[in-house]
Design a protein around this ligand. Sequence first.
Ligand SMILES: C[S@@+](CC[C@H](N)C(=O)[O-])C[C@H]1O[C@@H](n2cnc3c(N)ncnc32)[C@H](O)[C@@H]1O
Length: 107
Amino acid sequence: MRMRKKKWARPELDSCEYFIKEPMINKGKWIEFFKNSAPIYLELGCGKGNFISKLACKNRDINFIAIDIKDDMLGYARRKIEEEYEGNGIDNVALLAYDIERIRRYI
Ligand SMILES: C[S@@+](CC[C@H](N)C(=O)[O-])C[C@H]1O[C@@H](n2cnc3c(N)ncnc32)[C@H](O)[C@@H]1O
């Protein structure tokens, strides 16, 4: 059975500071986006963010780029991340709605 599209997902992502609409701009210079030289980990196909939300929150000295092709999945991931950080600033995560097969265009 097909899941009904989550209408809330895109508007929530659009107003999220760490949702990157045009990742190509950051290609090769993600250090500048994160404003530090900490290592950058990628999650390819982050789904609903069960993994990335916990890992990023526990490892604030590592930057994380989580990528999924589906807005709905990223919408859930954003909500999970917000929950996990409990109002603390989220400065080590970037969410990208892109095809990981085209990763060379934006990483
Ligand atoms: C099994 S889920 C990942 C679950 C995630 N690790 C977690 O902890 O919640 C796999 C995800 O990969 C995404 N995906 C599949 N093909 C993709 C592609 N070509 N580009 C980006 N994401 C893709 C799917 O949309 C799906 O959300």
